[in-house]
Structures are given as C-alpha cells and as structure tokens.
Design a protein around this ligand. Structure first.
Ligand SMILES: [Zn+2]
Length: 333
C-alpha cells in the first residue's frame, strides 16, 4: 500500500473547488512515455498550472504500472527542479472499468480514480460507483464518475453513438454514489475523428469540416441541478488543423480529422466544467513533429533527434491549452 501523499501528489478536491469558484478548468493530460511527461511538467511549471496526469488502462498496459507510478513521483521532483515551488500534481486513473482496477490504483499511489460505469444500466452504474467511492474515500482518494455516453474510440473505450447526460438523473446519481466529480456527455467525443462529415458543415473557403456546437443547454440544466459540483469533459481535443496538415503533407493520412473548437472549450471552462481531458492533440503534435524530421532528414536514426522536437512541440501545445483555453495558469504558485 502506497499513499499518494508520500509521493507529493494531491487529490482533486481543492483544485476543483478553486477552479469552479475561479471560472477556469484544470488540464487533464494523458501520458504514457517520458517525453510526454516531461512536456506536461515543463508546461505546467512554466505557467504554474495545477495538472491532472492521467493514465488509461491502455497506458498501464503499454508502459507498465510500476514504471508509471515512479514517473509520476519523479514528475513532482522534476517540477521542483524547474523552480515550481508547490507543484499541484494529481495522478489519476482514466476510465477505470472495474472495482479491482480502481482499488489497485488506489493501493498503488494514485490520488484520484475514474470509475466509468456509463455503459451499464443506471442502477448498476450507481452500485459500482458507490463501491469505488467507499473504498477510495478511506484513503482520501477522489473519484470521478460518468453519466451519459460519449462517442468515439479511446484505447479500450469504444462507443458508436453518444447519448447526452440526462439532467434529471444527476442529483440522484451524485447523491447516491458520493462521487467527487461527474463526467458528462454534451457532444464531445474521443479520438481524432470526433464527428462524421455528415454531422458537420464544410467551410466553403478552406474545405475543412466545421463541427456541430456542444449542447450548452444540457450543461446549463446540469449546473442548475448541481450548483458548484465539479463537472468533467472528456474527449476535448481540438485536433489542430496545422498538425493534421503537417502529418498529411509528410506521408500521413488523416482525412477529415476534426475536433472541438477551442472557443467552445473556453466557454465550458468558465462554467462548472473544471476538468478538461486532452489526449489526441498531444498525439497529433508528437506525430507531426516526428514525421517532419524524418521526412526532411531521411538519414536521421537517433530517436533523440525526433523525440526531442516532438517534446518541444507538445510543450508548446500544453502551454497554449493552459493559457489560451483553460485559464489555469498562475493558479498553483
Ligand atoms: Zn475519456
């Protein structure tokens, strides 16, 4: 049993309370390799932004859970080395699907877990979430739950169609489960293809897809039912077209990749939404940088020569999200 507090990590309670009051959102960035973690910590240290480091079950399989735990512990020390006096770093399980997985993360030093019972019937989602909350809260680990279904593909999470969260269910769900935050479905979706072309309109000038707006009316209804309760948005990458263009012009093939426009996320961050999950955008930044180097310098075979630029590009992206979209800069001096 490892307690996250001994690793210098924090849970989400205080960061969310401040974010809801302050009208900004905490970045939740997924990581599964060293360059990505370095980029996240550097961006957060330079902007003094609290951060949630997310590990999906796919990342756990890819990178090994022991290694990831020590990387998160190392991240706290690295942050201090970079001159960030009081780093606020949360280590969070993204999309836990069983009680056993959540328990193992709690026992292993995670400071927050998500139990995603959103694909289960309502009462089963409540029972499973309640069980995880009862276990996690003994160790002051916070729990994110989910109501409603997001479309898209994220590691093991696949859903064909989305179902918006029903505002009439949220009070009952939050009360009976005791969860600390709630992921809702209002039109965001996982992956780099968030909408089918037929769901979008096309910009006549650029030919690029323009996605449909998020369901802010549903979000407002939920906020009215649960005033001040921390709301989470998954699948909130914007799929920057400059990365898609670099990838496509350097041997890649991502036709019609489309994400959530940043002005919509900016609006959400000012509301009760206090955690915004971003994963695909850093994958795109990484891939664009690697493809560019390898295409321009075919003789290059030192991974540092393309992973280094990829890391720099991700740092730039994370700082942009923190300062220009989420507004979390300067919130963790
Ligand atoms: Zn998700």
């Amino acid at each position: 049993m490892v307690n996250y507090k001994d690793l210098g990590l924090v849970n989400t309670r205080e960061m969310f309370a401040k974010a809801v009051d302050g009208g900004y959102a905490i970045p939740a960035f997924n990581f599964n390799n060293m360059e990505q973690l370095q980029a996240i910590i550097k961006a957060c240290a330079e902007t003094k932004s609290p951060v949630i480091l997310q590990v999906s079950s796919g990342a756990r399989k890819y990178a090994n859970q022991t290694l990831l735990r020590y990387m998160a512990e190392g991240a706290v020390e690295y942050a201090k080395e970079l001159g960030w006096e009081h780093p606020q770093i949360c280590l969070h399980l993204d999309h836990g699907d069983t009680f056993e997985l959540c328990k193992s993360c709690v026992d292993f030093g995670f400071s927050s877990v998500m139990i995603d019972g959103s694909s289960l019937p309502y009462e089963e989602n409540i029972a499973l979430t309640r069980k995880v909350v009862e276990y996690a809260h003994q160790f002051d680990v916070t729990v994110e739950a989910e109501l409603g279904v997001l479309a898209g593909v994220e590691d093991d999470v696949v859903a064909e169609e989305s179902h918006y969260t029903k505002p009439e269910e949220v009070i009952d769900f939050a009360t009976r489960t005791g969860c600390d935050s709630l992921a809702i479905s209002i039109g965001t979706s996982h992956g780099a293809y968030k909408f089918k072309p037929e769901q979008c309109t096309r910009d006549p000038q650029t030919g690029k897809l323009v996605p449909p707006p998020l369901a802010f009316d549903v979000l407002e209804e939920i906020e009215k039912k649960l005033p001040g309760f921390p709301i989470v948005l998954h699948g909130s990458s914007s799929v920057p077209q400059e990365y898609v263009d670099i990838i496509n012009s350097h041997g890649g093939n991502l036709p019609d990749a489309v994400g959530i426009p940043e002005d919509q996320l900016r609006k959400a961050a000012k509301s009760a939404v206090c955690k915004i999950n971003i994963d695909s955008d850093s994958r795109l930044a990484f891939t664009a940088a690697v493809r560019k180097v390898l295409a321009e310098k075919p003789g290059e075979f030192d991974p540092r020569k393309y992973c280094g630029p990829a890391r720099d590009e991700m740092t730039k992206l994370y700082k942009h999200k923190i300062i220009e979209v989420l507004g979390s800069d300067g919130k963790a001096e």
